[in-house]
Write a protein that binds this ligand. Structure first.
Ligand code: TSX
Ligand code: MN
Length: 596
């Protein structure tokens, strides 16, 4: 027999028998084992173009880039169809949808039965995390989507390397995905933490089908982290290099639409000549305690699955370079000469486009040309600011953890937690204010603790407790900070310029973590005193910075009322220490008020 790409390249009996079992269920016509080679990428790409799954783009402007349009009913993650399937409902907790494992296997099993008839099953072995790292995990995704195979090739270490790492072990995540007919009525994303298994049906969209990312690296990962004593977090990782070559690593959690990718790839302003930001990751951090008691982080991913709209040379030049080659664009608009376009891209708005649905679009159109959740899938190696340690099996030592939200009021530009408890409290309070477009109600805070509400694979109160409990293991802990780039003046203008200017805040954070800059104690944390933040060369009035950094006790009193309500929704697993911390802050505000 000649060697064929479809012959199983593995002798792992656990893997082979599971693939056979899943093939008996889904009944594909063909099975293709992915090896991760360049030749395979070529084949998959040609097939995708032939089948209309990918559209070639202008090879001169965007070498190696392609456009995919998803079904218009399938453009985002579906939280209401995402389930944590633990033996008891309590394990999933009140913030997750729950299905009993047997019910979920039965229900989805019926949908999977014969679902790949006439189709090809791709077997995608992949590693989340650097090869050879004790923190890395192997997954295998079975899918009927060649688009998934091509995306997984960018987002993970995919193919032979994963089979080599797995060896004869039974320790791998079992992922099964079938696109079906992309009917929202038959769309489910089910996680079985106890079985290290993920079943996804009825969607072709990234977050629902690239099972290594949100499903494994966060939902299953967080469950394993709790069980095994580490942290799987929705955090970027970056290195700050000083002109003297000193490196400081920070991890940062922000809810969606706060500019995590922009922050991870930030370019410092002119004033910070010689300073450099290096990207380790833009979305997910796996962190464990090292032998020296510090927290070490790896980025489990190998690429960026980022939101396209708003990406420009103004907001993120490194991302613009990153997506200029070997990138898959999903649901963006296309120019007549085969370039891509989205709202918030540089330059004039093209007069005519093909919109994300494939329809002609003109600048008179009232509809958006690119879908607001349109994406790029791009290799990390394309990023000019990629840290040389992004692939280091040991990870990078984290000196500071930053939590951030999108808040028009209350939360100051930056504040350092007094201690670990206070820092975990910051994380538990994260949230974003809703904009009129989203709900019609402006200024309502939607809580997203640790930016993990949609991604925690178990009970949120127990997750908070896990964070509190990690303190005893991390004998050399990072300092914890809360930031807010989005505070507004009374007349609704952003007070802080943000973007590259965030370097000024980051420098204070680095210097605080290294115990070499001052701060002022407030009721809620340490804040920079006048002169502690380097504002040289920044062309904004000092009163505006004062307003951005101000702490208003009346606003905080409202905040604590809102938090009491939110903590109540977590149920009886809500750690008492966090509730008491909230009560303590209220008591201290009331004492200040009583003193007049
Ligand atoms: O990503 C953002 N960051 C972090 C950058 C490192 N965004 C975009 C958020 C949507 C994804 C920001 N938007 C940031 C920010 O720091 N700040 C703002 C708010 C803002 C918007 C426009 C201006 C200023 C602030 N424009 C001018 O001041 C001219
Ligand atoms: Mn994310």
């Amino acid at each position: 027999m000649t060697s064929s790409p479809s012959a199983p390249p593995s002798t792992n009996q656990h893997l082979l028998s599971w693939v056979t079992e899943m093939a008996q269920l889904t009944k594909p016509d063909h099975i293709v084992w992915c090896d991760g080679t360049e030749a395979e990428k070529q084949r998959f790409t040609e097939l995708s173009v032939k089948e209309g799954i990918l559209e070639p783009l202008n090879a001169e402007k965007l070498p190696g880039c392609f456009l995919h349009r998803s079904n218009p009913n399938d453009v985002a993650r579906v939280e209401h169809l995402t389930f944590i399937c633990t033996p008891t409902k309590e394990e999933a907790g009140p913030t997750n949808n729950w299905m009993a494992p047997k019910d979920a296997y039965d229900k989805l099993g019926k949908l999977f039965d014969g679902s790949m008839k006439g189709r090809t099953m791709y077997v995608i072995p992949y590693v989340m995390g650097p090869l050879g790292s004790p923190m890395s995990k192997v997954g295998v995704e079975l899918t009927d989507s060649v688009y998934v195979a091509l995306n997984m090739r960018i987002m993970t270490r995919m193919g032979k390397a994963a089979l080599d790492m797995l060896g004869a072990s039974n320790d791998f995540n079992r992922g099964l995905h079938c696109t079906l007919d992309v009917n929202p009525e038959r769309r489910f994303i089910c996680h079985f933490p106890q079985d290290n298994t993920i079943w996804s049906v009825g969607s072709g969209y990234g977050g629902n089908v690239l099972l290594g990312k949100k499903c494994l690296a966060l939902r299953i990962g967080s469950y394993l982290g709790k069980k095994e004593g580490w942290l799987a977090e929705h955090m970027l990782i970056l290195g700050v290099e000083s002109p003297e070559g000193e490196m400081t690593y920070v991890a940062a959690a922000f809810p969606s639409a706060c500019g995590k990718t922009n922050f991870a790839m930030m370019i410092p302003p002119k004033r910070f000549k010689g300073w450099k930001i290096w990207t380790v990751g833009d979305d997910i951090a796996w962190m464990r305690v090292g032998e020296d008691g510090r927290l070490f982080a790896v980025n489990p991913e190998f690429g960026y699955f980022g939101v396209a709209p708003g990406t420009s040379n103004e907001s993120n030049p490194n991302a613009v370079t990153t997506v200029s080659r070997d990138t898959i664009f999903t649901n963006v608009a296309k120019t007549p000469d085969g370039d891509v376009w989205w709202e918030g891209k540089d330059g004039p708005i093209p007069p005519e486009l093909i919109d994300w649905k494939g329809q002609p679009w003109s600048s008179k159109s009232t509809e958006k040309a690119a879908h607001p959740n349109s994406r790029f899938t791009a290799p990390a190696q394309n990023n000019p600011a990629l840290s040389k340690f992004y692939d280091d099996p040991a990870g990078v030592p984290i000196s500071a953890i930053i939590f951030g939200g999108r808040r028009a009021t209350t939360v100051p530009l930056v504040m350092q937690a007094f201690n670990w408890l206070n820092g975990v409290f910051f994380g538990s309070t994260l949230g974003s204010e809703t904009t009129a477009a989203a709900t019609g109600k402006v200024g309502v805070v939607r809580r997203d603790p640790f930016a993990m509400l949609p991604f925690c694979g178990y009970n949120m109160g127990e997750y908070f407790q896990h964070w509190l409990s990690m303190q005893s293991k991390i004998t050399n802990p990072p300092k914890i900070f809360l930031v807010n780039w989005f505070r507004k003046s009374k007349d609704g203008k952003f007070l802080w310029p943000g973007f590259g200017e965030n370097m000024r805040v980051l420098k204070w954070i680095v210097d605080r973590a290294r115990l070499r800059v001052g701060g002022q104690e407030t009721l809620f944390g340490w804040v920079p005193r006048a002169g502690d933040l380097d504002l040289s060369g920044l062309n904004i009035p000092s009163e505006q910075v004062d307003e951005a950094t101000n702490i208003d006790l009346a606003e905080w009193k409202n905040e604590l009322t809102s938090l009491d309500e939110f903590f109540g929704t977590i149920g009886d697993t809500m750690p008492k220490a966090l509730k008491l911390n909230r009560d303590l802050l209220l008591a201290r505000i009331e004492a200040v008020e009583a003193a007049g």
